[in-house]
Design a protein around this ligand. Structure first.
Ligand code: PLP
Length: 449
């Protein structure tokens, strides 16, 4: 693609395209990088640069780019039946087969799925289901959902209300009522005066304190990502989830594990909650379900909730035109079949995850790195101005964004959340490509310093 064409596209982009999560004015001044094609773990821009995609698109291209089998699955399905809905008494083979496959892959107590078009819609659906469940159980006062500060559950009004992103709340207008937030288990950011294990227990205690303050009879559910993704790849201390599990069991509070990022192999298990031995009642999913090739999400529904909704519920007044879209479902099914056939999840657990952990930890010796952490194929670096004291950079410097831009210019996509640098590469990355990622990250850190 010529220089001229890039400039033309950038001009048209500025003139007509409002990007998600973007300062529209700043984009107008800087222009966008135009990604034109991709293969494996690399994307290419219109200027001829090849960039190692350390973020799997947006935490989703788990199987990597350019998988012909997924293209074929989409084409075949588009020819056969491009659309039909799943409302009332109709359905189609791809939706049924995908539902069956998900039930096979999910933990034993999860045997049903409600399809959506995205992760945000999945969390909206989870909220509707939770409240419906308790009403049907004869406890309609159980309405409140406890969530976490800095959690991310989507961009719809229910999604952003469930999430705990302060800037989103500030812009969102009145939020959905009945959602309460508690502190997040972010040791490096908020708990360094404690040991990680003591801090994990304190964060679980905060959930119990909130339940008691609200009255356990009013609390319906607790929602959380097994590992917070968008908030900064926050891997909780080992003590956190076992303590949370105990609290939820003590007061009979449902658990919603948002698996939109952690699901489909990211943490080395099919679902992130399995890594922590959790037994969620609901599991919102999306992203890696189709490796991002087409938009599809859903809620995996545990037997406890499903049986009540089915036996007592009557019509559930909820659903989307594209719930279980046949082409998206066909691609998702093929994606899961390929992941199974190629042993992708096991490779992440037994080989790539431990390898990344070793290589990533080496960056801990860098003068601007205060902490490294990783689990499976998700990782973070905490940037610090003063390594000995663990002091963060002055916020006005924008060190994280600077590091992100340097990375991009030198051929690596790494995401920044404040001064936390994040990676979440395709699960098909090789050891040699992990080496390349670490070299590029170190170079970017050198330039940031
Ligand atoms: N839940 C989590 C944990 C996410 O990370 C995201 C997106 O990043 C969502 C929900 C929302 O998904 P979507 O952007 O598909 O609506």
């Amino acid at each position: 693609m010529t220089q001229q064409t890039t400039a033309d596209l950038q001009r048209l982009d500025r003139a007509h395209h409002l990007h998600p999560f973007t300062d529209f004015k700043a984009l107008g001044e800087e222009g966008s990088r135009i990604i034109t094609h991709a293969e494996g773990v690399y994307v290419h821009d219109s200027e001829g640069h090849r960039i190692l995609d350390g973020m799997a698109g947006l935490w989703c291209v788990n199987l990597g780019y350019g998988r012909e089998e997924l293209v074929e699955a989409a084409t075949r399905q588009m020819r056969e039946l491009p659309f039909y809905n799943n409302f009332f008494k109709s359905t189609h083979p791809p939706a049924v087969k995908l539902a069956e496959k998900l039930s096979q892959l999910a933990p034993a107590h999860v045997n049903r799925v409600f399809f959506t078009g995205s992760g945000s819609e999945a969390n909206d659906t989870a909220l509707r289901m939770i409240r419906r469940y308790w009403a049907l159980e004869g406890k309609p006062e159980k309405q409140i959902v406890i969530s976490r500060e800095n959690g991310y559950h989507g961009s719809t009004v229910a999604g952003l209300s469930l999430g705990g992103m302060a800037p989103m709340h500030a812009q969102g207008g009145p939020l959905v009522p009945g959602i309460e937030h508690v502190r997040q288990p972010y040791w490096f950011g908020e708990g360094r005066e404690h040991t990680p294990e003591a801090f994990g227990r304190l964060c679980a205690q905060a959930i119990e304190d909130k339940i008691l303050a609200l009255g356990e009879e009013n609390v319906a559910a607790f929602i959380a990502e097994p590992v917070q993704g968008a908030g900064g790849a926050i891997i909780p201390p080992e003590s956190y989830w076992p303590a949370v599990k105990e609290v939820l069991a003590r007061y009979d509070i449902l658990l919603v594990a948002d698996e939109v990022i952690c699901g489909f192999g990211r943490l080395g298990e099919w679902f992130g909650s399995q890594h922590y031995g959790l037994k969620p009642d609901l599991m919102p999913i999306a992203k890696g379900l189709s490796s991002g090739y087409l938009p599809i999400g859903g809620v995996l529904v545990g037997d406890r909730v499903a049986e009540t909704l089915i036996e007592e519920g009557g019509e559930f007044f909820h659903g989307f035109t594209y719930s279980g879209h046949p082409v998206c479902a066909a691609v998702a099914l093929k994606n899961l079949e390929l992941m199974e056939a190629e042993g992708i999840v096991e490779k992440v657990r037994d080989d790539l995850g431990p390898y990344l952990a070793r290589r990533w930890a080496e960056l801990g010796d860098h003068p601007v790195v205060g902490e490294t952490r990783s689990l499976g194929l998700i990782g973070a670096l905490e940037l610090v101005a003063d390594k000995a004291g663990g002091q963060r950079f002055d916020k006005t410097l924008g060190a994280g964004n600077l590091c992100r831009d340097i990375c991009f210019d030198s051929g690596l996509v790494m995401r920044s959340v404040g001064d936390t640098m994040i990676i979440s590469p395709p699960l098909v990355i090789t050891r040699a490509q992990i080496d390349e990622l670490v070299i590029l990250a170190r170079r970017a850190l050198d330039e940031t310093a």
